[in-house]
Design a protein around this ligand. Structure first.
Ligand SMILES: Cc1ncc(COP(=O)(O)O)c(C=O)c1O
Length: 391
């Protein structure tokens, strides 16, 4: 793997004609160390966010040995990492996936949000007595960019009944939730814990583990979240009020917050039409979140001899496919002189960018490099700064 001191050095050496994933493993390692030191429980990485070996290696090197997997393919990949503990947290799994996970990969930990799924798990594990079963409850999405409560999660009396039934077959009973991805304020977790508390009391069950899921934010041009340390304080205070014993495990499964800032995308401008730039990756590639959800990623022009005082003006991006939804509205602020043949670094695409990209229209091939400089935004280096200087 080629390493460069910056995107400019990479562009000068490679003059790439296809987009480049530029990983910064040191940033993933820093994020993992921060979580290990500051989250008041166990940290599992949500494998789906980015399974680049460079980032997985950095996370593992920083002490992450638990992984949340969502499919057989993910668990087969993640199981190759030495000494891992895997959590199969997708609430709806095929019978084949449950059997394979339990019997071939020794996975005991499963999520569920219905009695039918509970039944499947019991049947396909042969009535196993060593299961760690997490009931996924739906919690309100508060200041979340990607709410997740509509697809999964059980509430009210159904949740109480499911907790009681699950308790009867589980060796360890857990409750899990997801406040929605890119949740920018910690009150979402406080509200979720309130739901958990009510449910435990009403169901009258002993709960052995609470898994707060992912949802921890990263920084984007159009999204400046509260400090991560504030999230930790809210979670610590909420956990202290739960009707559980001191032995109750607390787990989190961050994806985005561990890897978003650890990867950039370097694209080439194929054409300029006024304030519209046609670039060589887009909404069917690593910029899905920008095309479909309006994320404004940080950008900078990578050109030797660039005048640092050149004024920045707003641009829109079009991706390389023939589809008209392959459009990223931005606004992306770049020097007014940007032209065909220029390269642009699009930062903080490490969460879900690589993972979602497709080969539509024959695009979707990338070079991979490692960069040794700092990400365009880092919530970890800014953690100690007063909030006002972060804008
Ligand atoms: C069960 C589960 N856990 C964790 C995550 C990671 O979420 P995030 O990337 O918002 O931290 C997801 C994302 O969809 C998920 O479905």
């Amino acid at each position: 793997m080629e390493k460069f001191s910056s995107a400019l050095e990479m562009v000068k050496a490679m003059k790439p004609d296809i987009p480049v994933f530029a990983a910064r493993p040191h940033a993933a390692g820093r994020a993992a160390r921060w979580f290990a030191q500051n989250f008041p429980g166990e940290v599992a990485y949500a494998y789906k966010a980015n399974s680049s070996v460079f980032l997985l290696g950095a996370l593992y090197g920083a002490g992450i040995t638990q992984f949340d997997v969502a499919s057989v393919v993910e668990l087969e990949d993640a199981a190759t990492i030495p000494g891992v503990r895997l959590h199969f947290m997708h609430p709806v799994k095929s019978r084949h996936a449950i059997r394979k996970a339990y019997f071939d990969y020794d996975i005991k930990c499963f999520a569920l949000d219905s009695e039918d799924e509970l039944q499947k798990i019991v049947e396909e594990t042969g009535g196993a007595k060593d299961l760690e079963l997490f009931v996924r409850i739906a919690v309100p999405a508060k200041n979340s960019r990607i709410p997740l409560e509509r697809k999964f999660g059980v509430v009210g009396q159904k949740a109480q009944r499911l907790l009681v039934k699950t308790r009867q077959v589980a060796d360890e009973l857990g409750i899990t939730f997801h406040v929605g991805s890119q949740t920018t304020t910690p009150d979402a977790y406080a509200m979720a814990f309130e739901e958990v508390k009510k449910l435990i009391v009403k169901a009258g069950v002993v709960v052995d583990a609470i898994d707060v899921g992912g949802g921890f934010p990263s920084r984007y041009t159009d999204s400046v979240p509260a400090r991560l340390s504030e999230f930790m304080e809210v979670i610590k205070a909420s956990m202290a009020k739960m009707p559980v014993t001191d032995q109750c495990r607390l787990i989190c499964e961050p994806g985005r917050a561990l890897v978003a800032e650890a990867e950039s995308l370097i694209v080439k401008v194929d054409l300029r039409k006024g304030d519209e730039l046609y670039i060589n990756d887009g909404g069917y590639g690593a910029l899905f979140d920008s095309a479909q959800l309006g994320f404004v990623f940080p950008v900078r022009l990578i050109r030797e001899g660039l005048d640092p005082n050149e004024p920045l003006v707003p641009f829109e991006f079009w991706g390389p496919t023939c589809d008209s939804i392959d459009h990223m509205k931005g606004p992306f602020l770049l020097p007014a002189s940007v032209r065909e043949g220029d390269y642009i670094e699009i930062g903080n695409i490490g969460a879900y960018g690589r993972a979602i990209s497709t080969r539509f229209n024959g695009y979707g091939a990338y070079h991979d490099v490692i960069l040794q400089d700092e990400p365009m935004y880092s919530i970890y280096t800014e953690e100690d700064l007063p909030i006002a200087s972060k804008a």
